[in-house]
Design a protein around this ligand. Structure first.
Ligand code: F6R
Length: 240
């Protein structure tokens, strides 16, 4: 596991952006796995900047980790909308190559299978961007999720609902379920970069990097992956 510790959020975003840019330059047809939330916002804004300076996204395919069940793509708190706002509208990705699970699919089991199949058909994910929850979740794989899990419907824990209520007008509006890529789907990515900033994440980061590998701490599975980089600010690294 490669752990990079930098001074602050801006530096964390720069390190991550360098890694993503290197992947795109190495393979123009890369398949990128993407996360939402606060952690990758700076990364996406730098990628938009690189695009303005000439970086080409036209041959990439992207797969997002997750989407809330019951939110349409144009709902202000949906992950499709987040991606549209922070990245997709700012670079020259082809809309049909920006994949996000459909949280409104009439048959969600079928949607999960379809998503896994699409990832496979695209040749698998070259570089997966991850954040980490305060409880150690990756994607929406909450503590206790099987390491063998594939894209599936998941129930969100109270702590995740509380943490994500900042994007909604009240906690009651936060969906209680999501479609999320599974732990196994994430682990099959050829390389992974995980971003974490702030002291709130320090305990989860320390458990993920140095703790026992356990389904109770989903991010600890990354210790078993051959090509993972954690990019942390000092506060997130403070318990390492
Ligand atoms: C987002 C996702 C989540 C977040 C995690 C951290 O697509 O899958 O695992 O990465 O909850 O969220 P932030 O970055 O908002 O602290």
């Amino acid at each position: 596991m490669n752990v990079i510790v930098v001074t602050n959020y801006a530096r964390m975003s720069e390190e991550a952006a360098k890694i993503v840019r290197a992947q795109i330059l190495k393979k123009a047809r890369s398949v990128l796995g993407l996360a939402t939330g606060s952690s990758p916002l700076g990364l996406y804004s730098l990628l938009a900047e690189y695009h303005r300076l000439g970086l080409d996204f036209s041959r990439l395919t992207t797969f997002n980790l997750d989407e809330y069940i019951g939110l349409a793509g144009d709902h202000p708190a949906s992950y499709r909308r987040y991606m549209q706002e922070h990245l997709f509208s700012k670079v020259n990705l082809h809309p049909e190559k920006t994949l996000v699970p459909n949280g409104m699919a009439p048959d969600l089991e079928q949607e999960c299978l379809r998503y896994e199949e699409l990832i496979k058909r695209c040749g698998g994910i070259d570089l997966q961007v991850l954040g980490i929850g305060v409880n150690g979740h990756i994607g929406f794989n909450e503590p206790g999720t099987a390491f063998g899990s594939r894209t599936q419907v998941v129930n969100l824990t109270e702590s995740t609902i509380r943490a994500n209520s900042r994007f909604f007008s009240s906690e009651r509006e936060v969906p209680t379920q999501a479609v999320s890529m599974g732990i196994k789907s994430i682990m099959q990515a050829r390389s992974i970069v995980l971003l974490a900033n702030g002291g709130r994440k320090a305990a989860a980061v320390a458990a993920a990097v140095n703790g026992p590998v356990s389904e109770d701490m989903p991010a600890s599975v990354l210790q078993l992956h051959p090509a993972v980089t954690f990019v942390l600010d000092q506060a997130a690294a403070s318990k390492l």
